[in-house]
Design a binder for this molecule. Structure first.
Ligand SMILES: Cc1cc2nc3c(=O)[nH]c(=O)nc-3n(C[C@H](O)[C@H](O)[C@H](O)COP(=O)(O)O)c2cc1C
Ligand code: SF4
Ligand code: SF4
Length: 271
């Protein structure tokens, strides 16, 4: 099988995952990659086919040591048709726990052949000026490592047919870490009306359609996955995450998980 296209398939509310996949694809160097962005709510319920002459790069962020449920639901609707897949999780400098294993299991269930995996670091969604966590990640160093990883994968594919590659092992445990039980009032960002221009940018980036902008900004907290895409995009600082549960977590992360972590890369190994 000759691979002639790279397809990036990702869920990435604050775009760090998308940036890492793009850098890996640049290392693979087979022309412009096709993007399948599973972040907008419009993809919900749709199915997607990947050609087997494609190398797929699947990516998602780590949420509480797992993949976000929304990402899982959307990834399950992509059919791999035997295409080789590079699996990437991006985490906010704490830990990726079972997320990469979960992504590998999903990829296999969808008909992909996992050939490589990686955990990269992205600025934490809860990071603020007052409590910076992995600010500026991925940085130039991360992007360089991502490009070199792409090159390494491409060389491996040039030397070995896909069905002769050793199987891929990634860290993680069964059963996967429990998801946090949902609460009656999940945390969600609020809008400071005096600062809001009703531009609608926050609603446009929300992956779960939790925001409606009319005469005011209305947020359905039950649909919020706390991704902070809306607070990042707001041009006036009107959209803020002030829920004390999130602020407590951010302070804990800042205190305990500020020491720089480096990307971890996994290629198939005979075991
Ligand atoms: C609800 C939630 C839970 C998170 N849990 C973790 C975690 O368990 N470990 C970690 O290191 N980062 C965690 N993060 C940070 C994200 O993994 C990180 O910000 C990532 O770069 C987001 O990817 P994106 O830019 O593609 O959306 C969490 C973020 C959110 C919103
Ligand atoms: S992005 Fe900010 S300014 Fe624009 S509608 Fe949303 S909260 Fe208001
Ligand atoms: S409302 Fe919630 S889910 Fe939507 S963008 Fe904001 S933080 Fe993310």
């Amino acid at each position: 099988m000759t691979i002639c296209t790279a397809q990036l398939i990702y869920f990435s509310p604050t775009r760090t995952t998308q940036r890492i996949l793009t850098a890996i694809a640049q290392g693979i160097d087979i022309g412009d990659a096709i993007h399948l962005d599973l972040t907008p709510p419009g993809v919900q319920g749709r199915t997607f086919e990947v050609g087997n002459e494609t190398i797929a790069l699947l990516g998602a962020p780590v949420h509480s040591g797992r993949l976000p449920k929304t990402a899982v639901e959307r990834l399950y609707r992509v059919r791999g048709n035997g295409a080789p897949a590079v699996l990437v999780v991006v985490y906010g400098n704490r830990a990726f726990e079972d997320a990469l294993l979960e992504l590998k299991d999903i990829a296999e269930a969808c008909g992909f052949v996992p050939i490589a995996g990686a955990a990269f670091i992205g600025e934490h969604s809860y990071s603020t000026e007052a409590m910076p966590i992995a600010v500026g990640r991925p940085d130039a160093n991360d992007m360089e490592k991502a490009g070199a990883f792409g090159q390494q994968i491409w060389q491996m594919l040039a030397q070995t047919p896909i069905d002769a590659l050793p199987s891929l092992h990634v860290p993680g445990n069964y059963p996967y870490k429990d998801r946090k039980p949902s609460t009656e009032t999940p945390p969600a960002p609020i809008t400071i009306a005096d600062l809001c221009t009703l531009c609608g940018d926050c609603a446009a980036v929300c992956p779960t359609d939790a925001i409606t902008v009319g005469d005011a900004v209305i947020t359905q907290a039950a649909a919020c996955i706390q991704c902070c895409a809306c607070t990042r995009v707001c041009p006036t600082g009107a959209r803020v995450m002030e829920d004390p549960r999130i602020l407590r977590t951010a302070a804990w992360l800042y205190e305990n998980h500020s020491a720089r972590k480096e990307p971890e890369l996994f290629l198939g190994s005979a075991q």
